[in-house]
Structure formats: structure tokens, C-alpha cells
Design a protein around this ligand. Structure first.
Ligand SMILES: C[C@H](O)CC(=O)SCCNC(=O)CCNC(=O)[C@H](O)C(C)(C)COP(=O)(O)OP(=O)(O)OC[C@H]1O[C@@H](n2cnc3c(N)ncnc32)[C@H](O)[C@@H]1OP(=O)(O)O
Length: 708
């Protein structure tokens, strides 16, 4: 049987212990390794010829990616989970207590339990490999670093920095890791092992003193100062999480107790909090997102079909969306993109959009100016169909005008090759209608990005009936190269994301008209777990945009999509939202100084007197049940292929609260029967727009769930 740990004794007295989990692409830590590694450490201790130990990985681009998340998922009790953490503590304590110097040689990802393993070593050196990243991302799984990280990290890099790393889960690049004292040296990959051996030969050294700011030095140096840090962090966390995520407060508690009562007590608290979190519904939901996205990375969107290679892309339209699409094509996918717009102004907007994003990286020293310029050279512009004959894919991001899109389909078929894919970034027009103008409809597909393109992780890939499987697979692979998570959805008004969002927004509008205030509505949905409330979102997206989409959805899908008529008054008052500085909130000069403020004149325009302010949970439920019901309808109609895709689409496209695992996981938590009862209660009071869909009724009657 292949072994996970391989010990090699070198002639210079240094032993190299290599971790290489057989049959896996990444090293992860599992409980069954405990006895094996304890035995090896005992063997090393007994061998007096060994003067130092280097810990390295046998995997390319991966030191250790953390504890095995499937193993955590398999825990059935708090006791199980606590034992996992405690076992890790025993092994890492043993490593730390070795009398010989132990050096971690880090190449590639070093995350979670992997970094905790490295922290238990006496010194750390990492490679300059672009894939080398260090961090404790447990918080993103609803967990905390349960392998001693909450105790060793603050002692190494300082409390403020450690809290920042643990509460955000951010990944640290080599240069920054050196600066903050997380590693002792950064070297080229080719001399990583030799450097680690040299460090071990020099013997144990105290970690370098971290350069802390004067304020941090003062605060971290005394119990009173430390309490100020913890209290502040607690307040910030509460504001950010709205109390929906239990992990951050527990992370702060581990550090607080560990710093006040010593490392041993800190580890005890860590194991106990870790165990509670492993068994929490929030972590289970967040882990389900990890499993779903990992699974989706392997899917082509069209079975066994092999995607065609995309060597060159063209983007039609240099606006906000077009500029963003061209930017992720060149920056992330490293594929040349030619942008066409009718005006020079549009083209210069697209170029400056991409340049500004890259230049941010240069200013933060993540990128050299020459790397920025090299990427910019991949982006070219034109006002005519020139230099595009060899484009493999054309992404159209022009106005929502069917005639214009038909013209573009014809232009592309005339100017480009037979296999060139025409992908439309429409957010509302059915793809089958766009494809009506095509001589080769098999090449036509929807590729719906969300704004801002560089930040929003989701894209909807929309196949109409004649789209070829090869086109689907090629577009899915292309979107993934751009750093996106694609879900393949079927053609239909609003596709999936905008369709479920529209009903939610309409309900918020109804509540406003019933007398709920703008800020109360936003507060209710933010408390529920959305990143922003519906009124803020409408201002951001554009009230005019919402008004354009609603009639299309109503015509295609029925009366439940009818937007409240009173909203026409907003458009007559030229209220479009942030883009024209006139919406539900105030924008511009004064508003900037005073912070976010409702534009009270909006109530007059709508003829309202706000101030009803119902229970926040009731307000949120009314909006959210609409979204849930419609999500199930989309599954029923085959718009989405699975509840998994529906969950990922809602979380990554709308910001549906991740701790609930997406609409379908949330329905399972509520129970279909409970949801149907809620919908029926609202239906009796507010009308048929709340009528539960057939699938939901059937699931309630037969007590079914979406997931096992
Ligand atoms: C006690 C401790 O404090 C608790 C912990 O350590 S909890 C775990 C903390 N670690 C993490 O959260 C990291 C999770 N992993 C990742 O974010 C990403 O996989 C990564 C950034 C490491 C690599 O991403 P990428 O290159 O796109 O590869 P990706 O497809 O995701 O993963 C490759 C394989 O490694 C597996 N993998 C990666 N990390 C894993 C983990 N921590 N547990 C289980 N499997 C893991 C994936 O499931 C996938 O398996 P497969 O090939 O059989 O499908």
C-alpha cells in the first residue's frame, strides 16, 4: 500500500518528511494519519543522528489544503468533532515540542489545518510560486481554525493581524507573509528544500519580531488594550454578520481566552467551539456550497462533449458590461479580446475600465507594471468589424433591443468563421428569439453576467432548443477560465436569477406601498442575511431597468410578475437610482458627508406616509417566500437542472444568505409543509401571487426533501 508519509534521512543529519496523500490531487489532513505521524515522530526522537526535520509536500502546487472537509461533514456528534480537534492538538503539540529544529517548506496552497501544521513547526520558508498562498479560510465554512490556529497565529503575527486573517479567511501571498512574520523566508521553488535544510542545520531560532504599528503595540501589550481589540472586533463582526454566523464570535472568544489564560486553556476552548461549529446548521450549509462548487468545476454543461479551444474573443459594446467582460477575458482567462463599439468614447471607456482594475493590483504591489501592460496588450479595440475573422466567440453586450441583436447575429455570421459562437449577455430577451435571425442557430447561446462583472462570481449559460452541446461546453469552459461559476439554465423570460429576484423585489415594493419605510425594508432583508436590502438594490440596478424587465416577465410568465402600478410615478419623476443620483436614497455632495440617507421626497411622489414598520422577520419572510416558491417553479419547469444549481445561482447571483445554503437547502430546513402553510396564509390575505406551486404542494403532501 502506498504511504502518505515518507521519511528520508539525509547525510547532513536532516530528515525530510514528505506528505503525499495517495490518489488525491491535494493533500488534506485526516484523523487516520494521527497514529502514523506519532509513530514517525517517535522514530525521529529515538534516532540521535537526526539533527533537524524538514516537512515538505510531494504534491505539485499544494502543501496541505487543510483538514479533509468530507471528514468534518461525516461527524455525527459534538463529541466526534471535538475528538478530531483534540487529536490534531496532540500531534501538533508533539511536533512543536520536538527538541530538534522543525522547518516547514511550503510550496503551493497552505490552508486551514495545513497552515496550522506549518505554525506548529519552529520555522517556515515558502516558495515564490504563484500558487503559494497561506490562510485560514475555516470561517468561510462556518468553522474556526481547530488545529491550534487560534492560539499560534496571534502569538506569531500579532492579535490584530491574526484576527483579520481568521475573521476574513483571506489568503496571503508569499511577499506579504514574509512582511507580517508568517514565514521566515521566501525563495524560488528550485531552492526551497535546500533553504529549509539550511535553516534546520542552523538550529532553532526565535521567530523574527513582527513590525507592529505603535497603536497595535500599545493595544496588544496590555490586558486592557487587548480587551479593546476584542470588543471592537466583536462589534464589527456583529454588524457584518447580523448575528447570522456563529463562527466569528467564537474565533474572537478563543483568542481572548487563550491570551488571558494561556495556550493550554485556549486550545481547550478552541476544541469545544470548533466542535459546536462543525455540528451547526450554518457550517453544514456553507460546506454544501464547497462540495457543490467543487463538483461543478468538473462539469462541461453538456455531458461528455469536449469544449473547443477559445484562442480569441470579441466583445460587442464597450459599456459597463462589455468593458467588464473584456477585462475578465484578458485578465483572468488570458485570452485576447477585441472590443467593438460604435464610438471611440465607448472603446476608451472599456480600455480604462480594464486598466483601472489592473492598476489597483500594481498599486497594491500584487502586480508589476510590466505584467499590467502585458495583459492590457491582449485587449484591442475597433469601431468596425476588422481583425475578428478568427474570433472563436463573440460576446454581445449592447442595448436590450431585439432588432439590434438580430443585426449583430447577422454581422457576426457574415464577418466571422462558421464555428464562431454568438453569446448574448441579454438579461431578459429569450435566446430563441435572438437566434431567429441566425443561419447557424446552433452557435447562438446566452451568457448572462452580473454587474460588476469582475466581482460577481456567477454567469448563467442559456441554451435555447437548437444550441449545440459543443457550443454549451465551449461557453461553460470559457466562463470558468474567466473565473466564473457557470450554471446552465434553459431559455425562458428572466432565465433563473432575475426571475426569482423579480418576485422578491415586487413584494418589497408592495410592502413599501403598504407603509413600510425604505430603511426598514432594507434593514429587514439585511438582517435576514442579504448583502444589501431590496430598495438599495433597486437603486443600484436602476429603477428604470427593473421597470423594463417586469412587463416582459408578466407577459411571458403571468400576472404574479405584475409590478405595482404606483412605481410608474417614480419614472415620471425621473428616478432611476444611483446612476442619475435620484432614487430611494440621496446621492451626491451632502449625502456623502452625512452617510446613507433616504430621500424622503420619494414618499410624496408615491403618495405615501411611511411608519408602519412591521416585525423585521415578517417583512423578510414575505419577500423571501416569493423567491423560494418561484425557485421551485423554475426547477419544476426545467429552467434549472437541479436544486444544487438553484442554490448556487441564488447565492452567487443575488447574494442569497450563504449560511442558509441557498433557496432549496433553506426549504429543506423549513420543511416544504411549513413553506406551503406560510404561502397559503399570505395567499388568503394578499392574493394569488402567493399560490404555492404544484411541486411544492406535492413535496409537502409526501414529506419530501430536495437533498438527503
Ligand atoms: C481543523 C482545521 O482548522 C479545519 C480545516 O482545515 S477546514 C479546511 C480548510 N481548507 C479549506 O477551506 C480549503 C478548501 N479548498 C479550496 O478552497 C480549494 O480546493 C483550493 C483553493 C485548495 C484549490 O482549488 P482548485 O485548484 O480549484 O481545486 P479544487 O477543484 O477545488 O480541489 C481539488 C481537489 O481537492 C479537494 N480538496 C481541496 N481542499 C480540500 C479539503 N480541505 N477537504 C477535502 N477536499 C479538498 C477537492 O475536493 C478536489 O477534489 P477532487 O479532485 O477529488 O474533486
Amino acid at each position: 500500500m502506498e504511504k502518505t508519509f515518507n521519511l528520508v534521512r539525509r547525510e547532513d543529519g536532516i530528515a525530510v518528511l514528505t506528505i503525499d496523500v495517495p490518489g488525491e490531487t491535494m493533500n488534506t489532513l485526516r484523523t487516520e494519519f494521527g497514529p502514523e505521524i506519532t509513530e514517525i515522530l517517535a522514530e525521529i526522537k529515538a534516532d540521535k543522528s537526526i539533527k533537524g526535520l524538514v516537512l515538505a509536500s510531494g504534491k505539485k502546487d499544494c502543501f496541505v489544503a487543510g483538514a479533509d472537509i468530507s471528514m468534518l461533514d461525516a461527524c455525527t456528534s459534538v463529541e466526534d468533532a471535538k475528538a478530531l480537534s483534540q487529536q490534531g492538538h496532540i500531534v501538533f503539540n508533539e511536533l512543536e515540542a520536538m527538541s530538534i529544529p522543525v522547518v516547514a517548506a511550503i510550496d503551493g496552497v497552505c490552508l486551514g489545518g495545513g497552515l496550522e501544521l506549518a505554525l506548529a513547526c519552529h520555522q517556515r520558508v515558502c516558495s515564490q510560486n504563484g500558487k503559494t498562498m497561506m490562510g485560514v479560510p475555516e470561517v468561510q465554512l462556518g468553522l474556526l481554525p481547530g488545529g491550534g490556529g487560534t492560539q499560534r497565529l496571534p502569538r506569531l503575527v500579532g492579535i490584530t493581524t491574526a484576527l483579520d486573517m481568521m475573521l476574513t479567511g483571506k489568503q496571503i501571498r508569499p511577499k506579504q507573509a514574509l512582511k507580517m512574520g508568517l514565514v521566515d523566508d521566501v525563495v524560488p521553488e528550485s531552492i526551497l528544500l535546500a533553504t529549509a535544510v539550511e535553516m534546520a542545520l542552523k538550529g532553532k531560532r526565535a521567530p523574527k519580531k513582527v513590525n507592529k504599528s505603535l497603536v497595535n503595540k500599545l493595544l496588544e501589550g496590555t490586558p486592557v488594550g487587548r480587551n479593546i481589540i476584542f470588543d471592537q472586533a466583536g462589534k464589527q463582526v456583529q454588524k457584518k454578520t447580523q448575528g447570522n454566523y456563529p463562527a466569528p464570535a467564537k474565533i474572537i472568544d478563543c483568542v481572548r481566552q487563550g491570551m488571558a489564560k494561556g495556550k493550554a486553556k485556549g486550545l481547550e476552548v478552541e476544541a469545544s467551539h470548533f466542535a459546536d461549529l462543525v455540528m451547526s446548521t450554518e457550517s453544514a450549509a456553507l460546506r454544501s456550497i464547497f462540495f457543490a462548487t467543487t463538483e461543478m468545476k468538473k462539469e462541461t454543461g453538456a455531458g461528455d462533449v469536449v469544449p473547443r479551444k477559445v484562442n480569441k474573443a470579441m466583445v460587442l459594446g464597450g459599456g459597463l458590461m462589455g468593458g467588464g467582460i473584456a477585462s475578465v477575458t484578458t485578465t483572468k482567462a488570458k485570452i485576447p479580446a477585441r472590443v467593438k463599439d460604435i464610438s471611440e468614447q465607448g472603446l476608451s471607456n472599456a480600455l480604462s475600465y480594464a486598466y483601472k482594475l489592473l492598476d489597483k493590483g500594481v498599486k497594491r504591489r500584487h502586480m508589476t507594471p510590466s505584467a499590467r501592460d502585458n495583459i492590457m496588450s491582449l485587449m484591442t479595440t475597433t469601431t468596425e468589424y476588422k481583425g475578428i475573422k478568427d474570433a472563436d466567440i463573440v460576446v454581445e453586450a449592447v442595448f436590450e433591443d431585439l432588432k439590434l441583436k438580430h443585426q449583430m447575429v447577422k454581422d457576426v455570421e457574415r464577418e466571422c468563421g462558421e464555428n464562431t459562437i454568438f453569446a448574448s449577455n441579454t438579461s431578459s430577451l429569450p435566446i430563441s428569439q435572438i437566434a431567429e435571425a441566425a443561419a447557424r442557430p446552433e452557435n447562438v447561446i446566452g451568457l448572462h453576467y452580473f454587474s460588476p462583472v469582475e466581482k460577481m462570481p456567477l454567469v448563467e449559460v442559456i441554451a435555447h432548443k437548437k444550441t449545440s452541446p459543443e457550443t454549451i461546453a465551449t461557453v461553460v469552459a470559457f466562463a470558468r477560465k474567466q473565473g466564473k461559476t457557470p450554471i446552465v439554465v434553459q431559455d425562458g423570460a428572466g432565465f433563473y436569477v432575475n426571475r426569482i429576484l423579480a418576485l422578491y423585489m415586487n413584494e418589497a415594493a408592495q410592502l413599501l406601498l403598504e407603509g413600510q419605510s425604505v430603511e426598514h425594508l432594507d434593514k429587514a432583508l439585511v438582517k435576514f442575511g442579504f448583502p444589501v436590502g431590496p430598495m438599495t438594490l433597486l437603486d443600484e440596478v436602476g429603477i428604470d431597468v427593473g421597470a423594463k424587465i417586469s412587463p416582459i416577465l408578466e407577459a411571458e410568465l403571468g400576472e404574479r410578475f405584475k409590478a405595482p402600478a404606483a412605481f410608474d410615478k417614480l419614472l415620471s419623476d425621473d428616478r432611476k437610482g444611483r446612476k442619475n443620483g435620484k432614487g430611494f436614497y440621496l446621492y451626491g455632495g451632502k449625502a456623502k458627508k452625512k452617510g446613507k440617507q433616504v430621500d424622503e421626497s420619494v414618499y410624496q411622489v408615491l403618495g405615501l406616509k411611511p411608519g408602519v414598520n412591521a416585525e423585521v422577520s415578517e417583512v423578510a419572510q414575505r419577500c423571501v417566500v416569493q423567491m423560494l416558491n418561484e425557485a421551485v417553479r423554475c426547477l419544476e419547469e426545467g429552467i434549472i437542472a437541479s436544486p444544487r444549481d438553484g442554490d448556487i445561482g441564488a447565492i452567487f447571483g443575488i447574494g442569497f444568505p450563504p449560511f442558509l445554503g441557498g433557496p432549496f437547502h433553506y426549504i429543506d430546513t423549513l420543511g416544504a409543509g411549513v413553506l406551503v402553510a406560510k404561502l397559503e396564509k399570505y395567499q388568503a390575505k394578499h392574493g394569488n401571487r402567493f399560490a404555492p406551486c404544484d411541486k411544492l404542494r406535492e413535496m409537502a403532501e409526501t414529506n419530501q426533501r430536495f437533498f438527503d
